[in-house]
Ligand binder design. Sequence first.
Ligand code: SAH
Length: 444
Amino acid sequence: MTGQKSKVSRLSQGNRDFRNRTRRDRNPPDEQKNISRGAPKLQAGDATAQPCILLHSGREKSLLRRHPWIFSGAIERVDGVPANGDTVPVRDAAGNFLASAAYNPDSQITARVWSWREAEMIDKEFFRNRIANALSARHELNLADKSNGMRLIHAESDGLPGLIVDRYGDVLVMQIGSAGPEHWRDTIADILQELCKPVCIYERSDSDARGLEGLEVRNGVLRGRLPDTVEVIENGLRFKVDVVAGQKTGFYLDQRDNRALTGTLAHGKDVLNCFCYTGGFSLYALRGGARSVLSIDASGDALRIAAENLTRNGLDESRAVWQDADVFQALRTLRDQGRKFDLIILDPPKFAPTAAFAEKAARGYKDINLLGFKLLRPGGLLCTYSCSGGISEDLFQKIIAGAALDAGVDAQIVHHLHASADHPVLLSFPEGAYLKGLVLRVAG
Ligand code: SAH
């Protein structure tokens, strides 16, 4: 540990534009981050009537396409006095049933759909079915051979808006991002306990999105006892997972397949891993036979775990350098020093939670990718990612094309990448497809 620690150098604190978003939260419920707190007052209907949300005429279209969000602007009036998290029927202007949804007047996403079937009760049985269904979908992926860590419930895409559940060995980490699952929290925990039998269910309901939903931050043990160390073993590599204070639920499970790919590309190469967190891509590159790996992150805590992970896996410390620095600044310093690499990984935090941030985010992506291209030797590979819900795959590719042009390199796309299969994307909820990546080869 001390050996690696001494290698952690500190660059200038320079451009930290994006530092306030260092907690890269890739959970779909978080995608509405540009929506400021305090939804407009909803028109109250007949308070004595059964609770019901009535939509403006024509505003049922997205629901008919089975998109699960109902924005406040689509609502004509709310009958009855439903409480936060209550299940209410949603009807079109003519009174036809559209969906049963979880109500939250404190959010601009005023309701999130649980079910499209009028006869379906939203009760413990409903949650047991949805959770069992998500679990069996994961079982069919045959991931157990690859990893003991996986996303078990991927919110909207598993029919459970606002609910994330990640598994790290015997420990489940649950993250609630909206009022619906908040209301059913204990029921959901009971079902998870019954179906998964974990030693602990830990709650990390502390994403920024909760503020937008008017929910308090919660971080603590929900069931059982948290073991002293939580570890994920992914493709034979061991990673310590800080479920209490780490980013997201502790680990970036979505990059599993892309990390494995990096391992196959790294042999004999000088690798630069930017935004390395706890060393995911770096460890795969080292195991894959990289000549050297320079890893950069602005989180000292993440770097300490990264160095620990290196030791934990018995990998060659002499080939690894960890640097605590702002990547925007560090890339410039490397350029000025004339450093060159054969393989560069850029996996930054979310620059654009929604399309409203796209322009500013595009500048950030272009900046780091342009510098990345410049730091590559001829024939080098750039593995570049965006986990911004507000940046489409198409736009991301255009930004990268612009960066290559300005860097004066010709590059070809070798791989189009996405999140691993335990992060499915519901066809009617494209927001679920937040993570995209490209592997590019610059001309030799
Ligand atoms: N590739 C990682 C996940 C990266 S998450 C994995 O596979 O596990 C994004 C990381 O970027 C976080 O660790 C965060 O601390 C770091 N980060 C955010 N802004 C940064 C900046 N400006 N400079 C350096 N690191 C930054």
